[in-house]
Design a protein around this ligand. Sequence first.
Ligand code: PAF
Length: 291
Amino acid sequence: MQTVKALQMLRTALAQLRAEGEAGGATIALVPTMGALHEGHLTLVRRAREEADHVVASIFVNPKQFGPNEDLDAYPRQLAADAAMLEAEGVALLWAPTVDEMYPAGFASNVSVAGVSEGLCGAARPGHFDGVATVVCKLFNQVQPDFALFGEKDFQQLAVIRAMARDLDLTRPHVDNIIGVPTVREADGLAMSSRNRYLSPDHRVAAAALPRTMQEAIAAIESGAEVAGALDSLRVDLLAAGFSGVDYAALADSRSLAPLDALGQTPARLLVAARIGGTRLIDNMAVNNAS
Ligand code: PAF
């Protein structure tokens, strides 16, 4: 596996990979990450290998998607260990640009996706999804992948990226080739996240209440309970389990992420963001329509 940090080197390496296919057309799948890799990322890589001839991974801790009081400086950086994991999974090329390479002096553009980016995490983290859309748009243009893979753990992020690709008529990748991969969970159900490492041992145990209370709320909603009441119980149960706050607990349309106060004909999703010991955890799960 080659690791490149400069755009010119990326272009040369990509041309070599492309040329390895029949008639110079090997396909490429991109797995964008911010590093601090775990089994969830490696699952994306494995799925990417099924889709394309070559997998390109990127590691870039994107300052534009962190708010002023968020964990940009503390965000774990472990490039050598991450590179070893990616190489073991058969990644062909690692794109690990510096901040100056990604945002050279004078960089002044912004990709903003209205609507789907505005509620939920968008309301609690102003500017976050502009930062995500801007960097992912750049990564897509830099790598020009046939496929790109993202975890469903960041469900709103996936919806924002798909909306961007659709609205801007992106072709590499086409919106249909932006693949969402189901969340990978720990044995107790907690969704894997690079931020789980911030949790103290006690908070890590208590954090399992998040997926558990979500499943309870889903079971209640699916068996006909009023949505508002089920979400209230979820909030109360999370606080009782040791969470310090619940940013949101919402039932939403799976595509538009518009809030729902009852199950309808369209697929629905339960999405929650809650804080425990200074760490903000997010999770989401499908809710089945009984009809
Ligand atoms: O999900 C992430 O790790 C990041 O938000 C992404 C998509 C790599 C953009 O920085």
